[in-house]
Design a binder for this molecule. Structure first.
Ligand code: BGC
Length: 522
């Protein structure tokens, strides 16, 4: 999830006749609302938790601590489990919902799953906007999280199945772009509503209703994907829908391919057990490790808590909120850079360059904070404050053209068809799990580790860059069906897993007289 963009590329890379029909355009708008909704939820909580009216109502202890100078260390003003739960509960709920979502996307279809997501979102927005106590606030966040779990599974699948092959890759990063736009949108709204007293925060939370409503309406009106209809045995309906969305009657070849793919997928009785087989190890390890690394860049310390963080450094409320707007805008623009360069300079180059940039900026932040922000000091002087915001921007831009989109893109393009949907669920779950960990722990870590927290993240950046250098193969311009030959078999480390699998197959044939096919399906 996304978090993130999760479109799946064409299984065979074949190009079928397809027009960009109105249905395809509507589905792009759906992607926009699904991604916007997720991004808005990511971005809105930090700004709201830095607003005095909100703190006074729900977290009076934090409010007192924030406004009494001298008693508590600057770094610990916001260290409160309840406050972190307000942010993190969404991701925990999302993680749990993903398990159900993977069932409903298969059994009920993509469209109904999106509708379920829409209802959860609307419920969550109502609870949040009307919240009278912490309980209502958390219930609202949990409902939103369920929406995220269902939407992040169904929307990308829906998109990748409805879009013609030639625009699938672009749609993948488009989803990420919409997340960043959602975050920026939330930052801007927070900046505006913080001036409305005492209920500005309600407006911030309630405005998530707009993308939620659009997603729900969209899900009511679009058709389900041909793949989903065929998977559920409605062959003729699937064919009719395929004709409509492609704008041509000439769909027999694509129809046949979907039928075959869905038959093949049905052969895999235990998708998750299958994923654990040794031959699938390279993709599985890479998908899991990339999600953990993506979160340990420390990006969500910034996305969730930058207004709180800037406040900690002594910025006034207003300055904190507009600094968050600046970093949000940098995030959007840098994601565009990624769309442009990912198939030109390649994945590895982007990740390695970003590693250097992220390391450098985090070390500078850590050093400035170490020297200039003391436990009970007044906060940063203007020049230093500008330097910190600049470094945060340099960090965010590097993330946005590397680990942000690529954390999602690489797993989605390396899993072969037979493990793709299970692999996708594992990817989304791991991401949400570690997003939860950061959301729940960051403010306490800031309190205990102080400026060292950024040195901690920079250490992780070194580890992940070494991983990229030695273990992440380049997948630029490699069609999915050629991954084994051109990528895994050529890689110094991962090739042993592919070779072992082939060796096993061969031995079994020789020893037991079994056919290779029998061994394969065993
Ligand atoms: C990550 C999110 C993050 C966002 C920031 C996504 O790729 O999965 O956790 O908040 O990027 O733009």
């Amino acid at each position: 999830m996304p978090a993130g963009g999760f479109a799946v590329s064409a299984p065979t890379g074949t190009e079928f006749e397809a027009k960009i029909t109105p249905i395809v355009i509507i589905s792009c708008i759906m992607a926009a609302t699904g991604g916007l909704m997720f991004g808005y939820d990511v971005g809105v909580s930090g700004g709201v938790t830095s607003m005095n009216d909100f703190l006074r109502k729900f977290f009076p202890k934090v409010y007192r601590r924030k406004n009494e100078t001298g008693l508590e260390s600057n770094y610990c003003k916001y260290d409160n489990q309840g406050l972190q739960l307000f942010t993190s509960s969404l991701y925990l709920a999302g993680l749990t919902a993903t398990f159900f979502a993977s069932y409903t996307t298969r059994r009920l279809g993509r469209r109904l799953t999106m509708l379920i997501a829409g209802f959860f979102f609307i419920g969550g927005v109502i609870f949040n906007g009307a919240a009278q106590d912490l309980g209502m606030l958390i219930v609202g966040r949990i409902l939103l999280g369920c929406g995220v779990g269902f939407a992040n599974q169904a929307v990308p699948l829906f998109l990748s199945e409805i879009a013609p092959t030639r625009i699938r890759g672009g749609l993948n990063i488009l989803f990420q772009l919409n997340i960043t736009i959602g975050i920026l949108f939330a930052n801007l709204i927070n900046y505006g509503t913080s001036k409305i007293h005492p209920w500005g925060w309600r407006l911030s939370l309630a405005l998530a209703g707009i993308p939620a409503f659009l997603l729900t309406i969209g899900a009511l009106f679009v058709v389900d994907t041909p793949n989903s209809l065929i998977e559920r045995g409605r062959l003729e309906q699937g064919r009719a829908v395929l004709r409509r969305i492609r704008g041509t009657n000439n769909v027999d070849a694509e129809f046949e391919e979907i039928v075959q793919a869905s038959n093949a997928a049905r052969q895999v009785k235990h998708p998750f057990r299958n994923l654990l087989k040794r031959r699938n190890r390279p993709q599985l390890v890479i998908a899991i490790v990339m999600q953990i690394f993506q979160q340990f860049t420390g990006i969500n310390a910034i996305m969730f808590y930058s207004p709180v963080l800037f406040n900690t450094l002594g910025f006034k409320n207003d300055a904190s909120l507009y600094s968050a707007v600046i970093t949000g805008a940098v995030n959007v623009v840098s994601t565009l850079v990624s769309i442009y360069s990912v198939d030109r300079v390649g994945r590895r180059a982007l990740l390695l360059e970003a590693g250097v940039q992220m390391f450098f900026s985090q070390v500078v932040i850590s050093v400035v904070l170490g020297f200039k922000v003391k436990d009970h000091s007044e906060g940063l002087a203007k020049g230093w404050a500008v330097l910190v915001v600049l470094m945060v921007c340099i960090f965010v831009s590097a993330f946005a053209w590397s680990w942000g989109p690529l954390g999602w893109l690489i797993p989605s393009e390396t899993f072969p068809l037979e493990t793709r949907s299970a692999g996708q669920s594992v990817t989304v779950c791991t991401n949400l799990l570690f997003t939860f960990v950061i959301a729940q722990a960051f403010l306490s870590m800031l309190c205990h580790m102080k400026y060292g927290i950024f040195a901690f993240f920079s250490g992780w950046v070194v580890i992940m860059s070494i991983f990229v250098l030695f273990f992440l193969p380049e997948t630029k311009n490699v069609p999915i069906e050629e991954m084994t030959e051109r990528v895994w078999k050529q890689h110094w480390f991962w090739k042993r897993f592919v070779e072992d699998a082939e060796q096993e197959k061969l031995e079994a044939v020789v020893n037991n007289g079994k056919s290779a096919k029998e061994v394969e399906s065993a």
